[in-house]
Design a binder for this molecule. Sequence first.
Ligand code: ATP
Ligand code: MG
Length: 351
Amino acid sequence: MNYRIVTLPGDGVGPEVSAAAVEVLHEIGRQFGHQFQIDEQLIGGAAIDATGQALPEASLEAARQADAVLLGAVGGPKWSDPQAKVRPEQGLLALRAALQVYANLRPLQVHPALAELSPLKNERLQGVDILFVRELTGGTYFGAKQRGKDFATDECRYTEAEIERVVRRAFELARGRRRHLTSVDKANVLETSRLWRSTVQRLAGEYPDVVVEHQLVDSMAMLLLTQPSRYDVVVTENLFGDILTDEAAALAGSLGLLPSASLGEGRNALYEPIHGSAPDIAGQGIANPVGTILSAALLLRHSLQLDAEASAVEKAVDHVLSKGPHSRDIGGEAGTDEVLTAVLKALRNNR
Ligand code: ATP
Ligand code: MG
């Protein structure tokens, strides 16, 4: 098959890690007989420098037409002047809004070989395998904001339909995993959380094969550190998800390892590593490409329905994390290219 992938390398380490992921896609193409047509477009600071806009119309149009979009990272000190009219991050927010990618998936596994890098250096980390599903286009971040002389408000608003579509997605994903869903809210005090919880309870009737558990966000913040291996799929609203997924990322040992997928209706989907542009190491060839390579695996699985291909990539990465080489963020000395070469070799050797 022939697939059209738009890449948006962006800023900082973005171009380095997305180039690595593209190499992996081409290797998968050779092995499984697919053609990945890569259309590289501008976003973020790179786009501001070239066109004055953080998300040029051409990039958005290409993203809309593509089978899937793979993004590097946006932002950096060069564009961080608070007085600036256009900021790189606006490009990413505009892209998410335009594609209406409401479900943000963040898988988290703690690789046994890296368990000692985590702040929890113990057996609690064995077998941690969580899929977070965070609502991405509603809630406090998008509600009405007001600033008075001596007060400020941020409205948190959710419609039942907004909750239902993301929770449904989480139920479906739980069916493909261990059939356990944890819904996180603050239903003891927040009205939006009560609507969230009752919606989850209603949908649970349609998924009798999935075990549902409700947790309050404050308890969940603690449980993630004390019993992380208990969880399978965790679904929550935008703000809670933002905080919990960053907390959980610390368990994995490095930001550089973790992928994400943001899914909307139909073909709308965006894949990116969870890390930012890492300006402190940009241009040095030392960024860990694993988070972006695993994002490409999610792209294969969720946008192209190429499950065997996705698993092949994940298996190759797993092999490299077990045997090395390791990049610096996970205690090794390898550069981006060395890690990439090892992943490509593992792919060819089918490991
Ligand atoms: P942003 O504001 O763009 O989200 P951030 O402040 O969250 O950025 P990152 O850019 O993600 O920060 O970087 C945080 C730290 O993690 C930095 O020290 C960076 O070098 C390191 N880091 C991030 N990504 C990687 C990677 N792929 N490989 C190695 N180190 C990384
Ligand atoms: Mg960040």
